[in-house]
Design a protein. Sequence first.
Lengths: 154, 660
Amino acid sequence: MKRLVLALILCLAAVNAVAVNPDEVLDDPVLEARAREISKGLRCLVCQNQSIDESGASLAKDLRILVRERLVAGDSNEQVIDYVVSRYGDFVLLKPRFKSYTLALWLGPVLIVGLGLLAVIIFFRRRTSAAAAAPAPLSKAEKKRLKALMNGES
Amino acid sequence: MITEFGHYALVTALFAALIQSTVPLVGAARGDGAWISAAKPAAIVQFVLVAIAFAALTQAYVTSDFSVNNVYENSHSMKPMIYKVTGVWGNHEGSLLLWVLILALFGCCLALFSRRLPPSLMARVLAVQGMIGVGFLAFILFTSNPFLRLPHAPLDGTGLNPLLQDPGLALHPPFLYLGYVGFSVAFSFAIAALLEGRVDAAWARWVRPWTMAAWAFLTIGVGLGSWWAYYELGWGGWWFWDPVENASFIPWLSGTALLHSVIVVEKRDTMKAWTVFLAIVTFSLSLLGTFLVRSGVLTSVHAFATDPARGVFILILLILVAGGSLALFASRGPALKSTGLFQPISREGGLLLNNLLMSAAAAVVLLGTLYPLFLDAIGGAKVSVGAPFFNSVFFPIMTPMAAAMAVGPLLAWKRGDLFPALKKLWAAFVMTAAAVIATWSFHSDGPPIGLLGMGLAAWLFTGTLVEFAERAKLARVPLLESFKRMAHFSGASWGMTLAHLGLAVAIAGMAGAGSWKVESIQVMKPGDSVDVAGYQYTFNGARQRQGPNYSSTVGSFTVREDGREIVTLQSEKRVYPVRNMPTTEAAIHTMFLGDLYAVIGDPDKDVEGGFITRLYYNPFVVWLWAGGLIMVLGAALSVADRRYRIGAPAHRRQAATAKV
């Protein structure tokens, strides 16, 4: 979190932490809500890991206006996002699309949980088999000794 | 002169750490008492020397000695005294010195307070601590020396980043480091246990309070960071899944797993190798966090490659610590035999599930954080992995975790029964349904995650209370008898109940703040009113104010509910001339069910006397930090548990080693 600061300086130095400005807001609240939703998934390219909805950088402002222009022109959410990606590349998406090079990213979590579960199952399997085998039968010598002890006691 | 003295003390501390990391280890291997006994004085001397160095740097900051380069670059004579002091760790070199100071402090505390530890174990633990100290002291002295002088002292410094001139962010690094470095104790115990070849209940009892304390500090550190973001960034956000935040959150997740698995080692003598592994991993992740933040690799892989001295040093350190300890674990770990057996449905099973999900969550966050760096480093495509990704993978793992948390403590050790446990939770089912219905009636148009979160919070909160009532036999025996039982509950069990309740409160906070925030952005002239979530914000106008080292625009808002005045909020927009940088100070009025939150922006270009204002209603957000504090309180009760300080198991252990 502390170095978040350093990252933020890049964005905050020019403009203060003002993201969406009143002059950008659309009159139609439904369209505006959609614009906000889309903005949250688009990265401010000059910032570190900030969405254009959060960023005060001027590039973010340009992108926010662009998104709103496309919405007013009648684009669907997907069309707006496709348009922004076609201009700025996949880097602009904060949630990467499922592609060959993001395969490991998207399958990773499934794999991690799956392998974890598998490890737990193996752990219990081994335990039960170990437990079943645990009390090893007494050897001949032990039996003899046990018998001697019992006799000695009685 | 004092600066040179501090520099000299730091160099000497490196030698003390070298002695601490070698002599006791040889002594423990040979069974030589004289060599073993070198550990304690070395640890104490190392701490004293690092403390002298730290004091010397602080002195340079307090007296604004700009002939010291580090002070020149990060301080200014006009700065308030408190930020001159906290500015010591508001930069790379100083914060590493703080890191080493805390490391040495933990070593010193170990040496002073763990008298019952068998001498050879103690020697090994302190030696491992010493090795970490050697690594970091060398890192400071060779790549990040804060004591270097400038040939000609400038008239004044370049100032501290205004964002750091804030109480929340001033205290954030020390707590974070107390957490990170605190996990080094568990790590040292793990390595020592591998060297000794044994892990038992006594070992777990020594490790538990240290781990718990580290976890509590890290919780405070992460909480302070998110609280700062909330009031300083000016739009009510409190968690961004930023790589730098993740760097501290990943060890928190694995540390949470560790402090649960240590319980199993202590109570049931099983999951030993796994616990040792987790201790190694948790500290390695703390180091990784330090590496990610300190090496500059996050800003850009290429920036890291062009100025690699620091990054490469700490990367090598990381590889040595993680690689070396994991290699040791691979060779010695399998020899740690566990004896306790248990069924999948049991208290141990529940704790195992916690470990599985917590570790998986840590691994998933790590994957998302490192993925873009990794792809960039191998020359692949440039991708961004941000909040939407983390939200979509993190919550599916954490939801079953929180759901199971209400059930686990109700199960018996070894072999539990699920259905009787669920039957006992009837009250939790009722409360969950009530919470979901109540939430629905207020926010039927909100996102479903809000309903899920509130339901989960109610489930966990009630479930935890049910378990507590069960143990106290509340309503089954006379009330006085129940109170007597409660009075005999151990600190650790009170701690568990509180920590779980705290998480439930925090979940409610996350769900509320994440789902039903109301925002209003507009240009307001003095006298204008805006309705936000049923609260009328009236803008009274803005005035100029002069701070100690900044000038600010103060915007005043009066908030009314149904004509009744609630509060007048004063929001500030500060400009620090030294760095010519603005900061926002949101005005916040906290109420039980939500925060009133106002921010004043720039004057509007078109409207005469108009200002851009951002007004928010942030429901439940304070529950997030209240929940965190309750968790910390729980951890504190657990650390204070008498049983971890009296020596019953320790004596048994000493007898055992004496026999060998």
